[in-house]
Structure formats: structure tokens, C-alpha cells
Design a protein around this ligand. Structure first.
Ligand code: F6P
Length: 360
């Protein structure tokens, strides 16, 4: 059997479980006699070969439970569109041919790219340019349609649920409304799951445009029934009926950075109900720390499955979890559409049956 020389990178935002994937890829490959080279800092490492280093048994020892990534990551390095500013003018340059040339010169047989929607789209573009790639689905947002779940999501939900639990006691002792903003981009998976698990009173998700009067109605109904506090969980991508998503910044050609909707909602609730209201954004805490046992196992299984696909020569695919098995889906199809929360699904239905309002 051919002794494969496999490159590995992690692109986009980090997610708990990245190190477990790297450990599984490395051990599974080394135990087959393959060679594994880590690329630091996402796709930029394909342009700057000083970013390469061998992944050995020692390099991945004791990292399954660690957050972050021993390779680091980067959500700005796209070889198909590198941002260049000249004389105050910004433009995007395609340097992917150079990345492909480096890849060939380094005699790699293939690349295992661990990424979410954005970085797997880059992977798909590079695959079309001739780099043999296998994708591994990573994102706390759980928004990749081709896999039942992505790694990192379970940990983010656990962190967010813990935060909501903590908000309950302070909300109740002050008779306040607390509005907490959770990540997830344009999908409401984290807000929905943590909101239900943390017994929120209102959950606002991008899939259900909300009306602020309905949110206030829920708060006042609780007030009337002697519950003088409320917890509102707000996905960062939540939008009012007829309105738009709220961005912190919308600059440099990348998709803008979502954020600020919780503060807006909180101000409106206080103005309309007279109830003292506070807002907070949980932010990157959702991406940090140790992965849960579920995410560790999922990550290890994703990593091992990716090497099996490489061994079988099934480049151009992404590993997908289709319980109880791991499968492979074409990379292009894997990034074709986002997985949004189904409104007729059991989870939304359960939330409604528990009396949780979606502000609709
Ligand atoms: O995609 C993961 C994610 O954490 C989103 O939930 C969030 O909108 C975004 O990344 C934040 O990106 P950054 O790390 O650039 O602030």
C-alpha cells in the first residue's frame, strides 16, 4: 500500500474538539505508516511553508481534552481571495495557483481540511483547482446540512446552558428581565437548544422573525402570574419581522460580524414594559474550553474516519455523521446549503409545548 503523505489544517473560527480531531487523524495515519504534516494558521500556511511541521505521536500526546487548536487557525486566509490594500484601495487577489504549486512541490498526496461553512467552501474551491481534499465538519453553529451534527456544538450548548442557569438566580432576585445573546450566525441551533435546556421564557432565532410586542406580551403574562423575572435567549442572527440582522461591523468584504441584537431587544422591553432589563453577550466563551465527552468522541470518530477515506482514495468528500455511522458526502454538496432549524421539527414543537415564546 502507498505510504500517504497527508497535510492537515484547521480553518475558520476554532471549536472545542479540534485537538481531538488532530489527535485521531495523526494516530490513525501514523499507525498505518502514513506521514502527517500540520499546517499552522489555516490556509495561509499553504502559501508560507515555514508554517508546516510534522505531526508525530509526541505532538498529539495528551491533547484530546484541550480547547483551541495546536495548529492555530485563521478566518481571514482565503488563497482564492486574498485582501490587498494599495493606495487606500482594497482588492481581492486569487493566489490559489501558488497554493496548489506549493502543495505539489511538497509532495502531499492530499489535505484533510477541518472547517465550517466558510473554510469548507475554500476547500471545495481548492479541490476544483486540483488539490485532493477531505473535509471534516467543524463549527459550534451546527449549520452544515450534510451532517447530523458538527463537533463543537455540544460544548457550546453546554456552556450557554450553564450561563442561562446562572442568569436565572440574578434575574429572579432583582425581578429583572435578562436578555442573553448567543452565537450561531444565521441559524438558531445554539439558542434553541440552550434556551430549552436552560428553561428560557422567550427564544428568538433567525428562522422565526420576531415581533417585539409578542416578546413583551410574554414578559407581562409572567408578571401577571406572579413571575416577576424573565429570561430571553436571543440568537445573534435573530431579526424582527420585516427587519434585518444586527451587525457589529460590516467591513472588509467578509461576511459582517453579527452582534448587538440583545441590547436592542433589552432596550425595547424596558421601554415598553417598564421592567428593569439587562442584556449581555456570551460571545467567544462559547468557543473556548474543554470539549464535552460527546464532542471528544465525535471529534475522534471524525478524525479516524477522515483517514479511512484518504486510504480509500475518496478525495473531494466530507466526513458526515449519520448516526450510528460515519459516512462521506461530496464536498461541493456539503457546502451547498445551510442547515436551518426546521420550524415543524420536534425541538421547536417541544419548546412551544413547554410554553416558550418565539416572539411570533
Ligand atoms: O462560526 C462560528 C462563530 O463563532 C459564529 O457563531 C460567530 O458569529 C463567529 O464565529 C464569530 O467570529 P469571530 O471569531 O471572527 O468573532
Amino acid at each position: 500500500m502507498k505510504r500517504l503523505r497527508i497535510a492537515v489544517n484547521t480553518g475558520g473560527g476554532d471549536a472545542p474538539g479540534l485537538n481531538a480531531v488532530l489527535r485521531a487523524i495523526t494516530l490513525t495515519a501514523l499507525n498505518r505508516g502514513f506521514e502527517v504534516i500540520g499546517i499552522r494558521k489555516g490556509y495561509l500556511g499553504l502559501l508560507d511553508t515555514s508554517q508546516l511541521f510534522p505531526l508525530t505521536f509526541d505532538a498529539v500526546r495528551g491533547i484530546t481534552h484541550l480547547g483551541g487548536s495546536i495548529l492555530g487557525t485563521n478566518n481571514r486566509g482565503n488563497p482564492l481571495a486574498v485582501r490587498v490594500v494599495e493606495n487606500g484601495q482594497e482588492r481581492y487577489v486569487d493566489v490559489s495557483d501558488q497554493a496548489v504549486e506549493n502543495f505539489r512541490r511538497l509532495r502531499f498526496d492530499g489535505l484533510i481540511a477541518i472547517g465550517g461553512d466558510g473554510s469548507l467552501k475554500i476547500a471545495s474551491g481548492l479541490a476544483q483547482k486540483g488539490i485532493p481534499i477531505i473535509g471534516v465538519p467543524k463549527t459550534i453553529d451546527n449549520d452544515l446540512a450534510a451532517t447530523v451534527v458538527t463537533f463543537g456544538f455540544d460544548t457550546a450548548v453546554a456552556t450557554a446552558t450553564d450561563a442561562i442557569d446562572k442568569l436565572h438566580s440574578t434575574a429572579e432576585s432583582h425581578d429583572r428581565v435578562m436578555v442573553v445573546e448567543l452565537m450561531g450566525r444565521h441559524c438558531g441551533w445554539i439558542a434553541l437548544s440552550a434556551g430549552i435546556a436552560g428553561s428560557a421564557d422567550v427564544i428568538l432565532i433567525p428562522e422565526v422573525p420576531f415581533r417585539i410586542d409578542k416578546v413583551c406580551e410574554k414578559v407581562m403574562d409572567r408578571e401577571a402570574s406572579g413571575r416577576h423575572f424573565s429570561i430571553v435567549v436571543c440568537a445573534e442572527g435573530a431579526t424582527p419581522v420585516g427587519g434585518e440582522a444586527t451587525f457589529v461591523e460590516k467591513t472588509d468584504g467578509r461576511e459582517g460580524r453579527l452582534g448587538g441584537i440583545a441590547e436592542k431587544v433589552a432596550l425595547e422591553i424596558e421601554k415598553r414594559t417598564g421592567k428593569e432589563t439587562r442584556s449581555l453577550t456570551l460571545g467567544h466563551l462559547q468557543r473556548g474550553g474543554q470539549p464535552t465527552a460527546f464532542d471528544r468522541l465525535l471529534s475522534l470518530r471524525f478524525g479516524a474516519a477522515a483517514v479511512r477515506l484518504a486510504e480509500e482514495g475518496r478525495w473531494g468528500t466530507m466526513v458526515a455523521y449519520d448516526p450510528p455511522e460515519m459516512t462521506a458526502v461530496p464536498l461541493e454538496a456539503a457546502v451547498a446549503s445551510l442547515k436551518r432549524v426546521p420550524l415543524d421539527g420536534d425541538t421547536v414543537r417541544t419548546a412551544r409545548e413547554l410554553g416558550i415564546s418565539f416572539g411570533d
